[in-house]
Design a protein around this ligand. Sequence first.
Ligand code: NAG
Ligand code: NAG
Ligand code: NAG
Ligand code: NAG
Ligand code: NAG
Length: 373
Amino acid sequence: MLRKVFLLLAALDQTLGSGKLLRVPLHSRINPNKSELFLPRNITDGNERLRVALKSRQNVEYFGNISMGTPEQHFTVIFDTGSSNTWLPSTNCPKSNAACQRHRQYNSSSSSSHVQDGRNFTLWYGSGSVLGYLSRDTLHFAGVDVPDVVFGEVVFQQQTVFNAVSFDGLVGLSLGRLAWRNTTPFLKLLCTQGFIAECIFSVYLRRGPGKSPSGEILIGGIDKSLFEGQLHYVPIILSHSWMVEIEQTVAGSTKIGDEAGAILDTGTSLVLMPLKTYYKFLESVPVLLGNDNYISCKLKSLPIIYLHIGGKVFPLTPADYLVEMVRGHEKICILAVAPVKMDFWVLGDVFLWRYYTVYDATANRIGLAKAVR
Ligand SMILES: *[C@@H]1O[C@H](CO)[C@@H](O)[C@H](O)[C@H]1NC(C)=O
Ligand SMILES: *[C@@H]1O[C@H](CO)[C@@H](O)[C@H](O)[C@H]1NC(C)=O
Ligand SMILES: *[C@@H]1O[C@H](CO)[C@@H](O)[C@H](O)[C@H]1NC(C)=O
Ligand SMILES: *[C@@H]1O[C@H](CO)[C@@H](O)[C@H](O)[C@H]1NC(C)=O
Ligand SMILES: *[C@@H]1O[C@H](CO)[C@@H](O)[C@H](O)[C@H]1NC(C)=O
């Protein structure tokens, strides 16, 4: 009898352990206000600094649902591989803060599982900051309830950045370098508390709106039906950040960039290149139609960008890095590649449309394969 119980427990344990997958469907929207979207964090110091570098470009946002507290309060969030913290607007933000008022807000007084933390925080942006204080509560998503998640209740949001975005807050899926002190990054929390057996997640983003869902984050596993061929694994080169090394970059047949780090970032729309590489890339782009990265949609005249990562070549074709728009009666294209004043790349949604990515926090590596369309 005892033995049977033991076996039964062991069997249960296995099902929970090895098979557990948390599936988060993502919806997308092109932001018609062409507002700025998230950009590269300044990772040179211990604080998380978000730099907003995009202006007046059409942005696609990918967001999913979570809820917080008891009873549950619902929010849409960006699951962001480029940062480690989680935050939501708070009901304690002042009426004068329109950006905050425009979004759903977390009310700690109406959650019985809320616990005060007592610390304040500030996250820096290029043009301002988001600030508030830390709280703890139960975060519900993908069918599980994760207790004691430390997150930021935001009482001030920079209007110019957050007014037009359609998500309320953000869940950071990075590894912790930028996390608030004494807090466990969300992914680690899911692993250590046994919500998933394998400390990995995978990202699939479909290009273009209108399809539903538009993508998926699979936490705890890999969905082999969403990519072609084998995953190509490369080590991360910066502890606690999803950064890999690009050995070199070639546009057409011209080398435009040397060795550089590259962050895989679901929270950024575009592909961002170090300035020097960007200027070399522009030399191979025939005509820009103005200073806002508009370009004619003649794909044939544009080069393929070849990123060499871990000894394998990952091409981005003009069809990948151009975004079509209609201006008046004219079809124009926007270069979805932009410069950034840093010495590393940010591979945002434009790259993730084409490549399925697996983030493995146990082996500290990232797997890449061509995504199915
Ligand atoms: C990053 O932050 C540090 C410290 O605040 C600052 O000195 C540095 O200039 C910033 N780097 C960039 C690229 O913004
Ligand atoms: C999020 O929840 C809303 C209802 O609150 C639902 O309409 C929507 O489909 C959900 N989106 C996702 C991506 O699950
Ligand atoms: C927050 O919840 C409390 C308790 O349910 C309620 O009295 C209060 O009005 C709520 N605040 C807001 C801004 O909704
Ligand atoms: C947090 O910020 C509030 C409002 O600015 C301030 O009153 C409080 O003293 C701060 N708390 C800490 C621990 O810094
Ligand atoms: C675009 O901006 C206008 C003015 O700020 C606002 O009224 C509208 O709701 C915004 N649209 C979206 C989809 O965010």
